[in-house]
Design a protein around this ligand. Structure first.
Ligand SMILES: NC(=O)c1ccc[n+]([C@@H]2O[C@H](COP(=O)([O-])OP(=O)(O)OC[C@H]3O[C@@H](n4cnc5c(N)ncnc54)[C@H](O)[C@@H]3O)[C@@H](O)[C@H]2O)c1
Length: 288
């Protein structure tokens, strides 16, 4: 049972690759960034858009995690990179995956545009993408309309060891360690549904093959204050905050309706914030 993982050099891709290898499944890791060689792992360092037809033949399952992941990136050229790596690369993966081979595509909870009035976002809700990242993920989902067999996963915030350096907990851990104030967008009372990366990886392995859209979250919101307190406990730092206005495309709250996830898995991810932040502190990634 050979699995292809695209985006295998990334935060979730590394955790998924480790989980698949631990379960005894050989993995072909595809990323344009280097992936460390390991027993059971075949590494293909390439851009998805450069792959030849037939590149996925021999795969028994394809997990597509590659993408341009930053929500708040304002670099020049970001609109094109999002289109290229989220939409065009997704189209290439759909074309390369042979019919009948289970394919899991990673979208994002950002397509919901946030949870309104604390109500969890359900897969049947209309999508309301706000901003370029969410819009590119909604476009990726539309590409799958012709392939109803595809599993489309909408992860909410994923955290844990190796989290991307541009994500809030990573930024706050670095700030706390360096004695700087924690920069908070909007209000400390905003909430995020945070999933442990290990459970996200396990869930993806169990979800592949289930057709349609499924949220990947816990159904529980953590305030930014609670997340910051976990950073304070783990680092021993005395925190100060720099609260700045949230950008207009920043959802106030995010919360997953986990009923479909639970019905497919038979379990729901649960997050131990302190354990998560502790593990994340031990393996933090530096900005490039
Ligand atoms: N981390 C989260 O909280 C979160 C939440 C919702 C959705 N997602 C989605 O999950 C996926 C993985 O997220 P992540 O946090 O691990 O991101 P990441 O940036 O750490 O990993 C993405 C990887 O994809 C690779 N990549 C991008 N475009 C490529 C291309 N054209 N060819 C080859 N490789 C390419 C990058 O080199 C990178 O290693 C992304 O699609 C992201 O949008 C992540």
């Amino acid at each position: 049972m050979t699995s292809i993982v695209t985006g295998a050099a990334g935060f979730i891709g590394r955790a998924l690759t480790s989980a698949l290898l631990a379960s005894g499944s050989p993995v072909v890791a595809i990323d344009r960034l280097a992936v460390e060689e390991r027993p059971g792992l075949t590494v293909l360092t390439a851009d998805l858009l450069d792959l030849e037809p037939g590149a996925f033949s021999g795969a028994d399952a394809v997990y597509h995690l590659a993408g341009c992941a930053g929500v708040r990136d304002t670099d020049p050229g970001i609109a094109w990179r999002r289109h290229r790596d989220n939409v065009l690369a997704g189209a290439r993966v759909l074309a390369l995956t042979p019919p009948g081979v289970p394919l899991l595509i990673t979208s994002s909870s950002s397509v919901y545009g946030g949870a309104s009035h604390g109500r969890p976002s359900a897969e049947s809700d209309p999508v309301r993408p706000i901003g370029g990242y969410a819009t590119s993920k909604a476009a990726l989902e539309r590409l799958c309309l012709d392939r109803p067999d595809v599993t489309i996963v909408r992860p909410f915030t994923v955290a844990g060891e190796g989290q991307r350096p541009d994500m809030a907990l990573s930024i706050w851990l670095r700030a706390a360690q360096e004695g700087r104030p924690l920069r908070m967008l909007g209000s400390l009372d905003r909430t995020r549904d945070v999933t442990d990366v290990r459970q996200a990886a396990r869930a993806m392995i169990e979800l592949i093959g289930a057709p349609g859209i499924v949220n990947l979250g816990t159904g529980r919101g953590h305030t930014l204050r609670a997340m910051a307190e976990a950073v304070a406990t783990v680092t021993g730092a005395c925190l100060t905050f720099d609260v700045v206005p949230a950008p207009p495309d920043e959802p106030g709250d995010s919360l997953a309706d986990t009923r479909r996830l639970h019905s497919l898995l038979g379990w729901t991810p649960r997050t131990d914030l302190l354990d998560l932040v502790r593990r994340q502190q031990l393996l933090t990634c530096s900005p490039p």
